[in-house]
Design a protein around this ligand. Structure first.
Ligand code: BMP
Length: 262
């Protein structure tokens, strides 16, 4: 059972550099909290990171919602990642043929490959999409990672258990580039090398008006097998985001300790 191993033990097994680094950061900072920074201005994003950067292991961005995106911003982002010791995940959810994804990954305004340690990818188009990112890494951009979408948190999504199983099977051919899976359940995969990233988390089980479904920190860590937990509006829209990030960090970490102590 991968969920009974410690993050240190799992970092020893990692075949992807980003997964290894992330496991190390989690142990060092005693944090398995990923902040989903879904804000639309670069100043607001950088301000928020100054407040909560110390408490997170991973920062999840949506570059395409930022109205004044620019290269100075990505330089600042990388500096903050270094200062506070967290990794950057661009939640781009690529879902096209490999050739297009290779271009979307490295070109355009965002040049994602230059500043994001890892990206999210849908398995829907087939393994060409993993090959594309893998090739980009081999061709000079260096060690990067992929979180493959194996399940989603939203109500009525069309992913079936068969789709999840096939996604995990497809990924098994790409251990060097695979950081983990974005998923909701412990049963979706077994391999301890990979990280379970789970969004849809707030202190109260609830929903939003557009189909997002929330579980509690305790439930996602203890029952659902989450390794890194994504919190967005639960922190970003709080009156005091820093205090709220500390609360999430502590609750998530203590549930992880409970889990690995059996
Ligand atoms: P919030 O905690 O505010 O609901 O934000 C959740 C974040 O996680 C969003 O950025 C969303 O794009 C992402 N996400 C999700 O909610 N469910 C999934 O299944 C996959 C996601 O990436």
């Amino acid at each position: 059972d991968r969920t009974l191993l410690t993050y240190e033990q799992r970092s020893e097994l990692s075949t992807n550099t980003v997964a290894k680094r992330l496991f190390h950061i989690m142990s060092a900072k005693k944090s398995n909290l990923c902040l989903s920074i879904d804000l639309t201005s670069t100043i607001k994003i950088l301000d928020m990171i100054e407040k909560v950067g110390e408490h997170i292991c991973l920062l999840k961005t949506h570059a395409d919602i930022i109205e004044d995106f620019n290269t100075d911003f990505t330089v600042s982002l990388k500096n903050l990642a270094k200062k506070f010791n967290f990794l950057i995940l661009e939640d781009r959810k690529f879902a096209d043929i490999g050739n297009t994804v290779a271009l979307q990954y490295s070109k355009g305004i965002h040049k994602i490959a230059e500043w994001a340690d890892c990206v999210t990818v849908h398995s829907l188009p087939g393994e060409g999409i993993l090959k594309a990112i893998n090739n980009s890494c081999d061709n000079g951009i260096g060690s990067r990672g992929v979180f493959l979408l194996a399940e989603m948190s939203s109500e009525g999504n069309l992913i079936t258990t068969e789709y999840t199983a096939q996604t995990v099977k497809m990924a098994s051919k790409y251990p060097n580039v695979l950081t983990g899976f974005v998923c909701q359940t412990k049963e979706s995969f077994n391999d301890p090398r990979y990280i379970q990233l789970t969004p849809g988390v707030q202190f109260e089980c609830s929903k939003d008006e557009l189909g997002q479904v929330y579980n509690t920190p305790e439930k996602v860590i203890l029952e659902k097998g989450a390794d890194v937990v994504v919190v967005g509006r639960g922190i970003v829209t709080a009156k005091n985001p820093e205090a709220q990030a500390v609360l999430y960090k502590n609750v998530l970490w203590s549930n992880y300790l409970r889990r690995v102590s059996g």
